[in-house]
Structures are given as C-alpha cells and as structure tokens.
Design a protein around this ligand. Structure first.
Ligand code: HEM
Length: 391
C-alpha cells in the first residue's frame, strides 16, 4: 500500500506522532513514494525485522541512502553498517569494553558530576533543562569516560548533528548541519587516534583489543568514532524528554521524589514516548512478504521505532508517561545483533542525573513551552525551560 506522507517534512518533524500513527495504522508495511522506501510502524513487525539480520541487512546503511552505491557521507561503520560475520569481532570488543563490570567504577564519578550539575541549575532557579541538565551532564562524563582530550570538544555536537542529519534526505536540515560542521570532521579523525586518547579510558581499552589482535587498528579507530557520533546526542535528547515529562506531571514527579530508584523507569518511559532515534533502516537481501505485501531484494525498509513504541497493540494507554509501566520491550535501543551497545552507559548516565534531580530538587515546573528539536534522524527537545526549587 502506498501512503502519501513524508516523515522528513519540516511540519512533520515538529509534530511527528500523527504521521507515525498514520503509517502504523495504514498497514503492516507501507510504501512512501516521497523517498522510494517502505516503512513499518507496528511493534511486532519492527521487533521481527530487528531480529532477522540475514533477511534485513545493515550493510547498505541504516539511513535513507544506499551506501553500497557510494552514497554514504563517511567511511562505513564497522559496527552499525555491517552484518555478521563482519560485524561479530568488532561487536565482541565493544561488548567487553562497555560491559557493566568494565564500567562499574564510573558510577561514583557520574554521581559526583550529576550532583554538581543539578546544584548549579538549582542555584540559577530558572534554566533551559535541555542545556543546563540534559546536555551539560553527558557532555562532561561521556568524553571523559572515553578518554577524549579536553581540547576540541566543541566539535562533538556539530559532528553528531552532521552524522544524524546525513542519515536523512538531502534537505535544508542536512545542508545546515554541513554548513555548521566547520572543522568537526578533522577533529574526529584526530580524536579517533590512539595518541589522542588518554591511557585509562574506554578508547584505550578498544585499542588494547586491537593490539591483542582481536580487531585491526583501523577498526579500533572506527569504533572510537562511534562514541563521537552515536553516543551523545541520543542521550542528551532522552534526558531532556524525561525532564520535559516530569515537569508537566506533578503526580509522576511525586512518585520519583518518593523513590529516586525509579530514575531508571523515568528514563525508559522517556525513551519509549519520545524515542530519540526514531527511524532505523534495513535493506532486504531477498524477496520477503510482510502480510500480503512483497518487499523485493535491495529495497529499503524504515523501521518507525517511535510509532512502534506507541503501538496500542503492544502498550496500554500508549501516550501516557507512567513510571510504573513495564517499559521493557520498547525498541528505542533497537534489538537483535545491533541492539545499542551503549545502552548500559546511557542508563548509568540517566540514573545518575535523574536520581540527583529526584534527591536534590523539591519542585520542578515548566517555565515556558518546550521547543522540539527539528532533525531528520533524532527526536526530542531543543529547549525545555523549567523552574527548579531546592529540596
Ligand atoms: C539514549 C541513548 C541512546 C539511544 C536512544 C540509542 C539508540 C540506538 C539504536 C536504536 C541502535 C540500533 C541501530 C540499528 O539497529 O541499526 C543503536 C546502536 C548503537 N549505539 Fe546507541 N543509543 C543510545 C546511546 C548510545 C551510547 C551512549 C553509545 C556509545 C557509548 C551508543 C553507541 C551505539 C553503537 C556503536 C551502536 C551500533 C551497534 C551495532 O551495530 O552493533 N549508543 N543505538
């Protein structure tokens, strides 16, 4: 079935849920003539596509472009843009360096920085939480954890924007990200190198695996690059969405204040409701039927993760934000062999920041409307004005 909607049109990006709903409810899979791709928005179908990597390949890229035709904007990722078996060795290394045990000693530092970030925001009183909380915290702890140099970090967000906008169509958002990128590409090429990383961070741990022969040195550099592209904007947006919801729902805020250990639940619900990375592509390796629709080999399918995360077939009251919901099974971190390798560290960041908020802030209220972030490949808020009262 053909559906004449464009998920990347500016008005849709400002208010994406109606279009997500239209795609999900029209059929199990719909053809989007605006981009010459298929789209699937039902939870069960998205989960099935994620799990079947041999039918649904990542090697043509997970954005709109077919990178096998040289349409990619950067050298392919050895992780995101690879299928097993090419994907397997790199993924094993990332699983090791990002395992909960390997990250355990970061928790104390995360808690200390979170307390400082929250206290600074409370001292000001009225802040843009998208910047003062959601951006400042990961921008401090993640580059430190990787072992990035202090200089040049101002390039991280422009580089991440270039990365995510380039997954979408050649529109104004993408052109703007390219204009703003400045020296970001050169910075990233430099920061990926072993000699630009500290000796005690996750970056050095990846290079240690290269030295042991588990992966090649070029692969190590590309794996370090994935922290610079995939790991920061997504987390910033998820944290900002959690604060946006908590500021608007005094009942849910009271639940979190009573039990700050629900910080994790506050994060998972934000991920489900405002899915920071709402669209992921795959390419069919063979002809495959979804219901009575046939997708031919080499055609691209967009998994609409935001739509799946509000699918009423899967979730009761899907549009509500509820800390007591069992949000496990949301697709915001993907699933299957490519499931987000950074999810442990993202959750540690969220527990630290939202936990500090719950312990150190008595009241949180909106100080104005939140402004959505307009992006081809990301979802959340560019601005979340709030008023904070100390506990
Ligand atoms: C809230 C924050 C995050 C969200 C919503 C998110 C989302 C996702 C999603 C949906 C995928 C699946 C892509 C696919 O199937 O093609 C993914 C994969 C990935 N993520 Fe995350 N991510 C987050 C945080 C992070 C962090 C902190 C890091 C780095 C430390 C990271 C690194 C990666 C990498 C390298 C992959 C590719 C894994 C593979 O292909 O095997 N992400 N992420």
């Amino acid at each position: 079935m053909e559906l004449d909607v464009d998920p990347f049109a500016p008005d849709v990006l400002a208010d994406p849920v109606p279009t997500d709903t239209a795609i999900r409810e029209a059929a199990r899979v719909v053809w989007l003539p605006a981009h010459g791709v298929w789209a699937a928005g039902r939870h069960a179908d998205v989960a099935a596509v994620f799990r079947d990597w041999s039918t649904w390949s990542s090697a043509a890229g997970t954005g709109l472009a077919d990178i096998r035709r040289g349409e990619g904007w950067r050298p392919p990722s050895v992780l995101l843009d690879a299928d097993p078996p090419a994907h397997t060795a790199a993924r094993r290394v990332m699983n090791r360096v990002l395992a909960p045990r390997a990250l355990a000693e970061l928790a104390a530092r995360f808690a200390e920085v979170a307390a400082r970030v929250v206290d600074d925001a409370v001292a000001v009183g009225e802040v843009d939480a998208a910047v003062a909380l959601a951006e400042r915290f990961p921008m401090t702890v993640l580059p430190d954890a990787v072992g990035m140099a202090p200089e040049g970090r101002e390039h991280l967000l422009p580089y991440a924007a270039l990365n995510f906008e380039s997954m979408g169509p050649h529109n104004e958002l993408r052109a703007d990200a390219e204009r703003r990128a400045g020296g970001a590409r050169e910075y990233v090429t430099w920061q990926m190198r072993r000699d630009a990383l500290s000796d005690d961070g996750i970056g050095a741990a990846i290079y240690a695996h290269a030295a042991a022969g588990d992966i090649g040195a070029d692969d190590a550099a590309l794996l370090v690059r994935s922290f610079l592209s995939a790991g920061i904007d997504t987390t910033i947006l998820a944290l900002g969405s959690a604060v946006h919801e908590l500021a608007r729902r005094p009942g849910q805020w009271a639940v979190l204040r009573d039990d700050p250990d629900l910080a994790r639940a506050a994060f998972e619900e934000a991920l489900r409701l405002h899915t920071p990375s709402p669209v992921i592509g795959r390419t069919a390796t063979r002809e495959v039927a979804i219901g009575d629709t046939v997708v031919r080999a080499d055609e691209k399918l967009l998994m609409m993760l935001g739509a799946a995360n509000r699918d009423p077939r899967r979730w009761d009251a899907p549009d509500s934000y509820d800390l007591h919901r069992k949000a496990a099974g949301h697709t915001a971190f993907g699933a299957g062999v490519h499931n987000c390798v950074g999810q442990v560290i993202a959750r540690m960041e969220a527990e630290a920041l939202l936990g500090a908020l719950a312990r150190r802030v008595a009241r949180i209220e909106p100080a104005g409307p939140s402004r959505p972030r307009l992006s081809n490949w990301l979802r959340g808020f560019a601005s979340v004005p709030v008023r904070l009262t100390a506990a």
